[in-house]
Design a protein. Structure first.
Ligand SMILES: Cc1cc2nc3c(=O)[nH]c(=O)nc-3n(C[C@H](O)[C@H](O)[C@H](O)COP(=O)(O)OP(=O)(O)OC[C@H]3O[C@@H](n4cnc5c(N)ncnc54)[C@H](O)[C@@H]3O)c2cc1C
Length: 344
């Protein structure tokens, strides 16, 4: 079967890795691979944030699916979370426990033993030991490299202008370099997905900004979720922090202020927890999250010859998306986990 995947972000790359070898895969991207939302991502792999039970189950399966990928890159050191307290923390703990999710409540001294550099920690902190983080851009390249080894091909710098339609059927794509026929076109074009499939997908506009410090000596090991925002330290030593707290939530605040001014505020918040950080913030980067209209992923057939995979938290969901879509496309079996996330 000849398959075209539109988009070489982390979702397109995970699809290519899962489908290559058993089918003839061509990935087409308007730019270089991994430079869309994937490059702008915070990179947290988690199921502790979720919108519905089915969404939780997909995210939790997403963590397991990463492990099955068996590729280096993700750091599974877990998450410490104190953006809730009191009764809200108890509720969050019992909700996640009720879902069989790995969760503990740590005391301040237990946190300090694990993360001695962390300041201003409250009495009780949630710990999600199965969670992790990954550099989306680098991991996308690893997925693509494995797909290439199985025969997949990437056309970078090639825009897909539209899908070719033969009555109700999609038969390929029209690109910068002409028409390409395929048995199946999978659109994984992030925020641009709606432009190619307006009948199936509507997207929100959800910009985000993330700062990075200059490289620091190793300070922390886990993803931190504080009331002042999430932060984590990369392999490079840089500390990364979105400029708004709760950046994974469904709130879609427009970015009205200048990024450097927002970064000054976020950096002061970061220093509250890590006063040892030297220098000022170094970089601030903007990106647009690919968020479908109702916040939930869309993964499924659109019509004969066309399939779509678009979602926020695509870093968390990349591995499971690749695995479930391959099972459906190659084996004809739709996993029931995908049922709530079909084209709506
Ligand atoms: C600031 C921010 C923080 C985030 N934090 C997290 C997080 O902590 N955890 C998490 O799980 N998720 C997070 N996300 C979301 C996550 O990054 C995305 O859901 C994920 O990267 C989406 O991957 P993708 O492959 O679908 O899209 P993209 O990475 O955007 O890739 C789409 C690709 O399609 C290509 N393309 C588009 N249109 C065309 C066309 N017509 N022809 C050819 N190519 C085309 C683009 O060039 C691009 O390379 C965050 C996102 C942002 C912006």
């Amino acid at each position: 079967m000849k398959i075209i995947i539109v988009g070489a972000g982390i979702i397109g790359a995970a699809l290519a890795d899962a489908l290559a070898g058993d089918s003839d895969v061509t990935i087409i991207d308007a730019g270089p691979a991994g430079q869309g939302a994937t490059a702008a991502s915070f990179g947290w792999i988690n199921a502790s944030f979720f919108l519905t039970k089915a969404h939780f189950e997909l995210r939790a399966a997403g963590i397991e699916a990463y492990r099955r990928l068996n590729l280096p890159g993700p750091d599974w050191s877990g998450t410490l979370c104190w953006d809730v307290d009191g009764a809200e923390l108890d509720q969050c703990f019992s909700d996640l426990k009720g879902l069989d999710y790995p969760v503990q409540v740590l005391t301040r001294s237990e946190v300090q033993k694990r993360e001695p550099a962390l300041h201003n920690v409250p009495d009780r902190v949630l710990h999600f030991p199965s969670e992790g983080a990954v550099d989306g851009e680098r991991f996308t390249q690893s997925l693509l490299n494995r797909a290439f080894a199985k025969g997949a091909k990437l056309w970078a710098g090639c825009q897909v202008h539209r899908l070719l339609r033969d009555g109700a059927r999609v038969s390929g794509v029209e690109t910068t370099f002409g028409r390409v026929e395929a048995d199946l076109v999978i659109v994984a074009a992030g925020t641009a997905t709606a432009a190619l499939l307006p009948e199936a997908v509507r997207m929100q506009h959800r910009p985000g900004l993330i700062l990075r410090t200059r490289p620091q000596p190793r300070l922390i090991n886990r993803v931190m979720v504080s009331p002042k925002g999430e932060f984590r330290q990369l392999q490079t030593g840089e500390v990364m922090m979105p400029l708004v707290a709760g950046h994974q939530s469904t709130e879609a605040a427009p970015i009205a202020a200048r990024p450097d001014l927002l970064a000054d505020v976020a950096f002061a918040n970061l220093k509250h927890y890590l006063p040892q950080i030297t220098g000022n913030w170094a970089q601030v980067a903007a990106g647009n999250r690919p968020v479908p209209q109702d916040d939930l992923p869309i993964i499924g057939p659109v019509c004969d010859g066309a399939y779509v995979a678009v979602m926020h938290s695509g870093v968390t969901l990349a591995a499971i998306t690749g695995q479930l879509v391959a099972q459906e496309v190659l084996g004809g079996q739709m996993d029931p986990m995908l049922a709530p996330f079909r084209v709506r």
